[in-house]
Design a protein around this ligand. Structure first.
Ligand code: C5P
Length: 220
């Protein structure tokens, strides 16, 4: 591959992250988790006592955090002001506050610019798998392959509960549904033009990765 860009959009817990990392690993591509960038921005705002429900307060500080995303699919990391915050960004407090932060236009503008810089850099190599909500629609509409990944809500909640180390799938489901609602009404989640819809519910992770690898081989 050379400069291949795969855009993976979809809901949380759809299997989008594991799938994206698996595809990147199998194809020797870099990986970018844009949700982690929104989460790092949220963690920074909370740590600096910014009222995350006050869009102008958030917008006023949006240029301050230094967010650097690792692009290794086997060890994705996110650095915030020089510290690795990979664990902090998965906390309940971030889950509960990331959607309002992500809907602030100045936040989206800054993070999209950072994301495009990472993608541009990857064009010189084999390419990159970019995961998020608006990759095929806003960040990189010219992606070689666009995927829209979903799974049924019970499957999503069970997966997220497992990922987050908890056992309370009902609480996780409620938190996912709240986030989805905000994301789909005010955030950027939409099906990109030309996207292939992948419903992961009936498949194992390896089966989904196989399907996408086959699609990538076809478009490259
Ligand atoms: O994918 P993940 O659940 O980690 O994303 C966390 C949140 O970040 C989403 O609920 C959404 O509010 C926001 N997000 C976004 N645009 C992206 C990626 C994530 O608005 N491209």
């Amino acid at each position: 591959f050379s400069g291949l860009v795969i855009a993976v959009d979809g809901t949380s817990g759809s299997g989008k992250s594991s799938t994206s990392r698996g595809v990147a690993d199998r194809l020797g591509l870099r990986y970018l988790d844009t949700g982690a960038m929104y989460r790092a921005m949220t963690w920074w705002m909370l740590a600096h006592a910014v009222d995350v429900h006050d869009a102008s307060a958030v917008a006023a500080r949006v240029g301050e955090p230094v967010i650097v995303s690792g692009t290794d699919p086997l060890a994705p990391s996110i650095m915030l002001d020089g510290d690795d915050v990979s664990e902090e960004i998965r906390s309940d407090v971030v889950n509960a506050h990331v959607s309002p932060v992500a809907t602030v236009p100045a936040v989206r503008a800054r993070l999209i610019a950072l994301q495009r810089a990472v993608i541009e850099d990857a064009l010189d190599g084999a390419g990159i798998v970019v995961e998020g909500r608006d990759i095929g629609t806003a960040v990189w509409p010219d992606a070689d392959l666009k995927l829209y990944v979903t799974a049924d809500p019970a499957a999503r909640a069970a997966r997220r509960a497992l990922e987050e180390g908890g056992t309370d799938a009902d609480a996780v489901r409620a938190s996912l549904e709240t986030r989805d609602h905000i994301d789909s009404t005010r955030g950027g989640l939409a099906v990109p033009d030309g996207a292939v819809h992948v419903d992961t519910t009936p498949y194992s992770l390896d089966e989904v990765i196989d399907q996408i690898v086959a699609l990538a081989e076809r478009v490259s």
